[in-house]
Design a protein around this ligand. Structure first.
Ligand code: ADP
Ligand code: ADP
Length: 226
């Protein structure tokens, strides 16, 4: 199956605003895919629906063949999400945020600590593990969100503007990390409005504008058009 398949997805918010007007999108296993588009285009809405944080109005979504309407639990297990807003408890120690997330997926305590260690080390947060999350810098908080999203070892990782507001040095190290987990087999989708970020990381792209996909191509194809 596709890593992600979206068919004729629509979303009208309660205030009547039509944010998505029929999105069709397929992402293949192993891909590193960028969803590009200006602010307000519908990127976050699309991602929030895929992560079942927001209800869709119409259409269908499946993750590795698991339809969100029929097989939500299995679909969720395949997905790791890094949303734009920090949504962890800032008064909790860093390591517990990661370990507790593993608990939600029924991962045994010992295994959870092992994985937390692995990701905290890889993301450069090991020295900070005992401190409260509020003590982390913005870039560190972003990396904590990534560690937390990976602890159940999802086959698909979706990141919403992962490096927004992160300085260039940290951004580069995050890129290196994401490339490595993609190389190890994790399918990655990210939204960005930095073309440079998509260019550096992604093989395939979709461009969304006013709630519609207006272009679906390879990164190379896009660059040849510019
Ligand atoms: P749903 O249709 O998925 O239930 P809602 O229309 O209830 O979504 O909105 C969800 C939340 O988003 C509400 O708390 C609302 O205040 C907030 N919200 C409303 N308008 C906007 C906007 N233009 N951009 C971002 N968030 C908004
Ligand atoms: P992007 O991520 O591409 O910047 P979004 O998906 O956040 O775009 O928003 C798409 C459009 O939907 C925007 O015009 C935004 O203001 C609107 N929107 C987002 N959330 C809500 C909401 N809860 N209620 C009403 N409108 C919303």
């Amino acid at each position: 199956p596709h890593a992600l398949s979206i068919q004729n997805l629509t979303k009208t918010y309660k205030n009547g605003f039509e944010a998505l007007k029929g999105i069709d999108l397929q992402v293949e296993p192993g891909d590193f895919y960028a969803l590009l588009g200006p602010n307000g285009a519908g990127k976050s809405t699309t991602i929030s629906i895929v992560a079942s944080l927001v209800n869709k109005s119409g259409g269908s979504v499946s993750i590795f063949g698991h339809d969100l309407d029929k097989d939500l639990y299995a679909a969720k297990r395949c997905l790791g999400l890094v949303p734009q807003e920090f949504n962890f408890n800032v008064f909790e120690p860093v390591e517990e945020i990661v370990v507790n997330q593993a608990g939600y997926y029924g991962i045994p305590r010992k295994e959870a600590w092992k994985r937390a260690e692995k990701y905290l080390v890889e993301l450069g947060l090991w020295d900070k593990r005992k401190g409260m999350a509020r003590l982390l810098s913005g870039g560190m908080k972003r990396r904590l969100m990534i560690a937390r999203a990976l602890v159940h070892e999802p086959r698909l990782l979706i990141l919403d503007e992962p490096t927004a507001g992160v300085d260039i040095e940290i951004r580069r190290s995050m890129w290196t990390f994401l490339r490595e987990i993609n190389r190890q087999g994790c399918t990655i989708i990210l939204t960005t409005h930095y073309l440079e970020e998509a260019e550096s990381l992604c093989r395939n792209i979709g461009i969304i504008d006013h709630g519609r996909i207006i272009e679906n191509t390879t990164m190379k194809g896009l660059l040849n058009q510019l």
